[in-house]
Each structure stands twice: as C-alpha cells, then as structure tokens.
Design a protein around this ligand. Structure first.
Ligand code: C2O
Ligand code: CU
Ligand code: CU
Length: 384
C-alpha cells in the first residue's frame, strides 16, 4: 500500500490511519506533519483481517479543529475469510459507508461547533458522508451499513425508528464471531460498527441516535448539559417496491482466538483523569512506555474520573479481557482499537505487538474525545 498525501491547505496537518497495523513512521500521528504544498508518501503492507478503518488528521494540540472541518474518510480492508461469507458487499449499493459527524453552520455557511461541553465541541446538526438530511435508496433486501463515529466529542446510540433490534456483525477491527442483536449500538468518537438491516418492499426506515444519560454513562443533568441526551435522525432508508433477494446471514462469521491471558509478558496500568493519562500530559519528546516486539501485554485502563473518556491505541487491534472484572458482553468481545470508558470503569485489554520494532518512532495512545487529546490526554509508546 502506498498513499500520496498532498497538503493543499495553508496550514500543516497530518493524516493518521486509525486502526491500521503499520510501522510507526507511516502512522500519520503528530510526528508525521505534512507542510503546506508538501507530499507525504507512507508505504506499508496490509497485514490484518477484514475491517472498517478510517483516517483523520492527528496534529498535536489541533486535532479537534481539523477533524471538525470534515477531514475524515474510511478505509475498507477485505480478506478471503470475509469474502467467503454471503454478506452484502456491493459498495454504495448494499454495502454503504455511514460517516457520522456533528456540526453547526455559521451565518456564512462555515462549519462550526454550536456549543461546547466538557467533552469538547458539539454540533447541533448531523452530517452523513458530508451530507445534510441524507437518505439511501435501497434495492436489496439486506443492507450492510458501516457506521463510523467521526465526530470530535459526541457519542451516538444508534437505533431503528420502528424499534427493531440492531444487528451487529463487526466492530472496529473485524467481524464478530456471530451477529449480535442489540437494543442500541453505542459508538463513542473513533469507534466503528458494521450492522445489517433487512427491509421490506416500499418500507421507510430511519436510523436514529437516541442517546440517554444512562447509555452515555452520566447522570441526567450533566449528560444533558453536554449534549449527551440529544436525539437525531441519522439516515433514512427508502426501500424500492421490488427488492433483490439477499442471502441469509450465516451463524458463524469469524473464528476469534481465545482472549488468553496465559502468555502475557508485561502488565501496564493507564489511569484516565483530569485530561491526563497516568498524571501526565503528552510531551512530544517523551516516550512513556517501551514495549518489547513480538510479545503480548495486558493493559489495565481505568477511568477514575466522573467524566466519560475513551481510550484508543495505535498500531494494534486488541481484545477486551474484562470490564470491571467481568467478561465483556458479546458485542465487545471482538477486535477493538477504541473503547468508551464510562466514569469509574476499569478495562483489561490484551494487546499483541507483533512486529515493526523502532525505538525512535513512537505510536500514540489517547482519549479519542479530540479536545481531551488536544489538551494532552495522550501518551507515546515505542515498540523495540
Ligand atoms: Cu483516531 Cu490517535 O487516533
Ligand atoms: Cu489511531
Ligand atoms: Cu477524555
């Protein structure tokens, strides 16, 4: 894979490949700035299972404002295992990216945040793939939506307008073992979910976000102040009067290795509190953690604050071994690179650092509420 990234802006920026396993120098984080008019050409081998990844700017201290202006896109990875499944996969027809960003528009039509809460900038309108008031004309019985929360601060709880369950087949880094039916699919910034929906001829069905204080992990008044109880229509599906038949979804989608804590080489703790990880703010010149290549580690991530945060790790797809001491529910049992960390919650993650040793180029871990990241809620690890 090689990408030529040319910066036609008047300011420096970066493009980070979120969820991708790749050498740190190609990662597009704060150390890989692209100056105006310059071209940056990272190259790497794609070496991970089929998944819905994405890309966005990642410059130190200004990620929120760059992502808020819309620079976000999807990166779809295919493999033989996923190709062998009878799933919808005709891009834009029955396999559709749904990149959700909240925004507001000033009088001059410029994108803007309409309010700020402690999570960061919150827009009062939703855009899907950059469009206002979007709808999708559906010509197949089953549609696969690849949902990406590319918002800077807002989390969503996706539901269907007729109350039917949401059928989840994949999370950040790949397919689940089997599909899971959920009342809602909650995505915090940076997370992805692939869902399937079966429509009937002529049907109108709306994908909505109906966030509640409970789902947002906050008490009601604080959640409301931070836009966490807002609801939105996200995307309307308009089914044709005649639909092409779709295959039945198989019971088993993928085989996941057991989350085996037996061979763990190191355990690290990450405490999220006060816009800091482990009591530090990000410093470009400081490598916080050094990981040995070709080992598996256990990272215990604890949000000790009263504020929701999230935790994202570059380079790897990890598994959740436990949440507050219990095994994760089925919808969080697959490959993840970003987790929503509700207040006073502890996650145990199992991560494998396969290859790409480089003592000089660190990867990042951080809160994916981008204002928090910009405030320094980020750290660096090197694989050596
Ligand atoms: Cu989606 Cu470090 O980023
Ligand atoms: Cu990332
Ligand atoms: Cu945070």
């Amino acid at each position: 894979m090689r990408v030529d990234v040319t910066n036609a802006l008047e300011v420096p920026t970066t493009v980070h490949w979120h969820g991708m396993h790749l050498p740190a120098e190609m990662d597009g984080g704060p150390h890989q700035m692209v100056d105006p008019d310059a071209t940056w050409s990272p190259e790497w081998d794609i070496d991970q299972q089929a998944a819905t990844l994405w890309y966005h700017p990642h410059l130190h201290g200004e990620t929120e404002s760059h992502v808020a202006r819309g620079l976000a896109g999807m990166f779809l990875i295919q493999d033989d295992v996923e190709q062998a499944l009878p799933l919808p996969r005709e891009y834009g027809v029955d396999d559709v990216p749904v990149i959700v960003q909240d925004t507001g528009f000033s009088d001059g039509g410029v994108r803007d945040g309409s309010q700020r809460g402690f999570a960061g900038r919150l827009g009062d309108e939703l855009l899907v793939n950059g469009m206002r008031g979007p709808y999708l004309e559906v010509s197949d019985e089953v549609v696969r939506l690849r949902l990406l929360n590319a918002s800077t601060a807002r989390s969503y709880a996706f539901t269907w307008s007729d109350g039917r369950p949401v059928e989840l087949i994949a999370t950040d880094g790949g397919m689940l073992e089997a599909s899971v039916e959920l009342d809602l699919v909650m995505l915090s910034p940076g997370e992805r979910a692939e869902v399937l929906v079966r429509v009937t001829p002529g049907e109108r069905l709306v994908l909505r976000s109906e966030m509640t204080a409970e789902a947002a992990g906050m008490i009601g008044s604080i959640a409301a102040m931070n836009g966490r109880t807002d609801s939105f229509d996200v995307l309307e599906l308009r089914a044709a009067d005649e639909l092409d038949a779709s295959a039945e979804v198989p019971d088993q989608l993928a085989e996941l290795p057991p989350v085996d804590a037996g061979e763990v080489a190191a355990t690290r703790r990450f405490t999220l509190d006060g816009f800091e990880v482990n009591g530090h703010q990000m410093e470009m010149g400081r490598i916080d953690e050094t990981v040995t290549v070709d080992t598996t580690e256990r990272w215990v991530v604890e949000n000790t604050s009263q504020m929701p945060h999230s935790f994202h790790v570059h380079d790897v797809q990890f598994r959740i071994a436990s949440i507050d001491g219990s095994p994760p529910p089925p919808h969080l049992a697959g490959w993840k690179d970003t987790i929503f960390a509700a207040p006073e919650t502890e996650f145990e993650l199992i991560l494998r650092f396969e290859d790409y040793a480089d003592p000089d180029s660190p990867y990042m871990y951080h809160c994916h509420l981008l204002w928090h990241e910009d405030q320094g809620m980020m750290g660096q690890f090197a694989v050596v």
